[in-house]
Design a binder for this molecule. Structure first.
Ligand SMILES: [Zn+2]
Length: 288
């Protein structure tokens, strides 16, 4: 087991809520689809338990409202419960007022379910970019201690390649600051290559993800941020029709995710962001 502690995150949403299909499925239609979120989230919880690890679960307010038992189970098993917006709308497509309203609603619902404060936020599809950086100030004002929404890469839907590759405290112009925990990258030929989660975990050969996490831990002495979605462990989910690119990204290698996640959990140390926050010495060593 390697020494540096990595961060495991799960974005708790169902297969029909994803941005890849949001142009063909609106939120008003979500109730029409077969829900698979409970079983898929339990599957992830069981895998994490098998390797005695902990993670941070970013949950949609919409999900917490309808399936509070899932949120309670995540909390009961000792994982951190955090916020993944209410409606899964991209931040840069909202006005600051709409963003504040969506975030406040989700936070209140999730906190109501678990009976304690929620400190972390992750935007749908990493949609805090150069043009929606204003969102960090709103998150700090709404009581969040950290955000993990910036992917410092080039991508058609998200990305902020000029941003720091590692966590940094963001001033907001008020007395509140917020820690930004960007998603993991490794530097290849001067470019940031996204690694360690979601489609990248499914698309790359497994050795490349292992290599990237080892490189971050051993060469750069930094934590990797790994992320998965419950639907990524469900190859039998109902097929939806979207653009060719969206379908490729969403369905590729779904049958491999479970084993790949297990392989990462058995090889590296993983904890929740909350646990890491509780160890100030660790934060200073790994994040500064
Ligand atoms: Zn999401």
């Amino acid at each position: 087991m390697k020494g540096i502690v990595n961060i495991l995150t799960v974005d708790v949403e169902d297969y029909y809520m994803v941005s890849a299909f949001s142009d063909v499925i609106g939120i008003h239609q979500w109730g029409n689809f077969e829900s698979r979120i409970k079983n898929n989230t339990l599957k992830i919880l069981d895998i994490i338990d098998k390797y005695s690890k902990k993670g941070t679960f970013f949950i949609l307010g919409w999900v917490a409202e309808r399936y509070p038992e899932i949120v309670k189970e995540i909390d009961r098993r000792g994982h951190e419960v955090a916020c993944h917006s209410h409606c899964h709308r991209l931040v840069y497509n909202m006005t600051p007022e709409e963003f504040r309203e969506d975030t406040r609603k989700a936070k209140a619902i999730i906190e109501g379910v678990i009976g304690r404060e929620v400190s972390g936020y992750r935007a749908p599809s990493y949609s805090i970019t150069g043009k929606s950086l204003w969102a960090l100030k709103i998150l700090a004002e709404e009581g969040f201690k950290y955000d993990s929404s910036i992917f410092p890469i080039r991508h058609d839907r998200y990305g902020f390649p000029a941003y720091s590759r590692f966590p940094r405290m963001e001033e907001t112009g008020t007395d509140k600051e917020i820690l930004e925990i960007p998603l993991s990258t490794i530097k290849i030929f001067g470019e940031n290559l996204p690694v360690g989660g979601g489609g990248y975990l499914r698309m790359y050969p497994l050795w490349l993800t292992h290599y990237a996490i080892s490189k971050l831990n051993e060469k750069e002495k930094k934590s990797a941020i790994v992320y998965v979605h419950p639907w990524e462990l469900d190859p039998d989910q109902p097929r939806l029709r979207g653009t060719k690119l969206s379908m490729f990204r969403h369905y590729m290698n779904l049958e491999k995710t479970e084993n790949r996640l297990g392989s990462l959990l058995s090889t590296f140390n993983f904890r929740s962001i909350r646990e890491i926050f509780q160890e100030k010495a660790f934060v200073e060593k790994a994040f500064v």
